[in-house]
Design a protein around this ligand. Structure first.
Ligand SMILES: Nc1nc2c(ncn2[C@@H]2O[C@H](COP(=O)(O)OP(=O)(O)OP(=O)(O)O)[C@@H](O)[C@H]2O)c(=O)[nH]1
Ligand SMILES: [Mg+2]
Length: 307
């Protein structure tokens, strides 16, 4: 949603910077991103590897008399790649770390001390790292103390802040830390931009979230959504989308007996699409088999994972 060559007004003491939210899968990065931006930009599910892209959420405001612009990036959870798709996902993480003025390294109280890949990535970044221990709502004070002690030993960071993204605990402390680190810089994006992603992208993500919520095992991971038609009519938004799966059996699972599962998916997706776009939505979905889309460069390119 960025228009090129748009003139951006610059105030003298304007502060701006890139804030990258990184960490292992399922620790609550997307939940935190939505909370910090104040909009539901990123999809959230209880399954690991929900987020597959770098999604920017832009927040403008005033702090102690200075205007500011924070460009948050939600990113995929850091994993060891198995498919080419994962390699692209990790490229998004690297890209966001390269840009970052501030890195919010999100961990949670459940992590089993297997964060070495994430820690290695952080050792080479230029931005300042703030470490967040999420899901404190589920921890005893002793467990939290133990985690804080562990991280103090393991990694040198600007601050360690226990939070609950779900219950909005200590989020203002995160914001204060970011503001302390934010450089004086003109805005990077026009002040009315909320994100770098298109409406089509959010439509496909909302449908994909429903796949993650409704299906089990490998099916969500083998699925992708392409919006083939996206048309704003005066009183309705018409969306047609293809759900891609890797195998014929998965197509059957998505559709379900007499189409019941696909119908349920469509109803749930439409409700969320209507809330997101604040408009009545007509949604039609088709299921297609695209073998090995997660492993083929040409398909990943077409699906927007490779530039
Ligand atoms: N109890 C509790 N649950 C949380 C908290 N934050 C997030 N969750 C839950 O943790 C799960 C994962 O949250 P996400 O925000 O999708 O995690 P993520 O890090 O973006 O995950 P990936 O995109 O897969 O890397 C969801 O079920 C959230 O509701 C928290 O502070 N407390
Ligand atoms: Mg996520």
């Amino acid at each position: 949603m960025i228009e090129e060559n748009q003139v951006v007004p610059v105030s003298k003491d304007h502060r701006a910077g890139f804030v990258s939210i990184v960490g292992k899968p399922n620790v609550g990065k997307s939940t935190l991103m939505n909370l910090l931006v104040g909009e539901k930009l990123s999809i959230i599910t209880s399954k690991a590897q929900t987020t597959r892209h770098r999604i920017m959420g832009i927040l403008n405001g005033t702090h102690n008399g200075d205007d500011f612009q924070l460009v948050y990036s939600d990113t995929p959870g850091i994993i060891r790649p198995v498919y080419k798709l994962h390699e692209s996902m990790m490229e998004f993480v690297h890209g966001s770390l390269e840009d970052a003025d501030v890195v919010l390294f999100v961990t949670d109280i459940f992590e089993q001390y297997d964060e070495d890949e994430a820690v290695e990535m952080l050792r080479v970044v230029d931005g300042t790292v703030v470490l967040l221990i999420n899901k404190m709502d589920l921890a005893t004070p002793e467990q939290l103390e133990e985690k804080i002690a562990y991280w103090k030993e393991k990694l040198s960071v600007f601050a360690i802040i226990p939070i609950s993204a779900l219950e909005n605990t200590n989020i203002e402390k995160v914001f204060d830390a970011i503001m302390e680190l934010l450089p004086i810089h003109p805005p990077y994006f026009p002040k009315d931009e909320l994100t770098d992603k298109s409406e089509r992208f959010f439509a496909s993500e909302i449908i994909r979230e429903k796949i993650f919520l409704n299906y089990k095992k490998e099916v969500p991971y083998s699925s992708e959504v392409i919006v083939t038609e996206f048309k704003h009519k005066p009183d309705i938004l018409v969306i047609r989308a293809e759900i891609l799966v890797e195998r014929q059996t998965q197509k059957g699972i998505i559709i379900g007996d007499k189409g019941t599962m696909l119908k349920k998916l469509g109803v749930e997706a439409r409700e969320d699409l209507e809330a997101f776009f604040e408009k009545k939505v007509f949604l039609e979905t088709f299921v297609k088999v695209m073998p090995d889309w997660r492993s083929k460069d040409i398909l990943l390119h077409r699906l927007g994972y490779i530039e």
